[in-house]
Design a protein around this ligand. Structure first.
Ligand SMILES: Nc1ncnc2c1ncn2[C@@H]1O[C@H](COP(=O)(O)OP(=O)(O)OP(=O)(O)O)[C@@H](O)[C@H]1O
Length: 303
């Protein structure tokens, strides 16, 4: 049975700033975990502590039930936010070197490096110095560097930032594939549509505290549903007087309403029909983007 990555009540202070305050969550085998939060919320700090390049003031990171040690660390594939490649080294040489550092033989290292170079569309650039590559291609190399030693856990800090749509697809496919093979995968991102589409679970961090953690379905369901009503004949400020509904958005003749659990959507339909024809009436769950705005917009957000 493959192992989980557990972040257990980790806290970290920088002087007076509580960068992390008892952050806990688990990334299970086979799971893609999306880690989201505003700038400065604490994502990079958490990931660096998970990897062991930064020490927590308190709390523990475990992999497979045991605290992360030097040995465990070599089994983590890490993509740092500040990136960590040698600019003057050629792509292939760099990947072979990194694979050997993680204990692969030279032959194994070459095989793994060539295989990821092919998979990530870097074949034409394999003999080029990393610094001569575009930023997006450097990022592909960075992903290859995180994967080349066949890690048991993947921790990726904003792997999708700056990628073109093709590279986003390749990255998504690789991460899904790794998760399907039983590897716990955590990545941070500001691209919430992508996180919603790709991830099994999502954690939202705000000012160093986890404010939400669950599957996309759980998070969006607990946030309640919305009704989209288009009644072209209604007055521009028409609002149905139905308990448990609140106007979230108005666009021309279309009204988007937040619904509290138990709110009577049929009463909304009746009220809309009373204004004239209704050309659209649908219920939808809230999007992760909307949920994220609510979760991070409360008072106390740190800049
Ligand atoms: N070395 C440091 N010294 C002092 N403060 C730090 C240090 N590193 C991080 N911080 C602070 O800790 C907080 C969390 O930063 P962190 O980089 O973890 O946020 P983040 O969620 O990754 O943000 P972003 O989305 O902008 O990358 C921020 O307020 C940041 O300024």
């Amino acid at each position: 049975m493959p192992d989980s990555l557990e972040i257990d009540r980790i806290s970290k202070r920088y002087g007076r700033l509580a960068a992390l305050d008892a952050v806990s969550f688990e990334v299970r085998p086979g799971e893609l975990f999306g880690f989201v939060g505003s700038n400065g919320a604490g994502k990079t700090t958490t990931m660096r502590i998970a990897l062991g390049v930064l020490a927590a003031d308190s709390g523990e990171v475990r992999f497979g039930g045991a605290p992360v040690t030097h040995e465990t660390r070599t089994r983590i594939g890490y993509m740092p936010e500040e990136r960590g490649l040698y600019p003057k080294m050629k792509v292939l040489d760099q990947l072979v070197y990194l694979a050997e550092l993680h204990g692969l033989t030279n032959t194994q290292a070459h095989q793994a490096a060539e295989s990821w170079i092919g998979r990530l569309g870097l074949s034409a650039r394999r003999k080029d110095e990393v610094q001569k590559l575009s930023l997006g291609n450097q990022q592909r190399v960075q992903l290859a560097a995180a994967l080349v030693h066949d890690p048991a856990v993947l921790v990726l800090d904003e792997p999708f930032s700056g990628l073109d749509p093709i590279a986003v697809d390749v990255m998504s496919e690789v991460l899904r594939e790794k998760a399907a093979a039983g590897v716990p995968v955590i990545f941070s991102s500001h691209q919430l549509d992508l996180v919603e589409r790709l991830c099994d679970r999502v954690g939202i961090i705000r000012s160093g505290r986890m404010v939400a953690n669950g599957t996309v379905g759980e998070l969006t369901t607990s946030a309640g549903a919305q009704l989209v009503v288009t009644a072209p004949g209604a007055a521009t400020d028409w609002t149905p007087a139905v308990a448990g509904t609140r106007v979230a958005e108005r666009r021309g003749g279309t009204l988007v309403l937040d619904l509290e659990p138990g709110a009577d959507d049929q009463a909304v339909l009746a009220a809309a029909l009373a204004t004239g024809p209704v050309t659209e009436f649908s219920r939808r769950r809230r999007r992760l983007t909307e949920l994220f705005r609510d979760a991070v917009s409360e008072k106390g957000e740190r800049k």
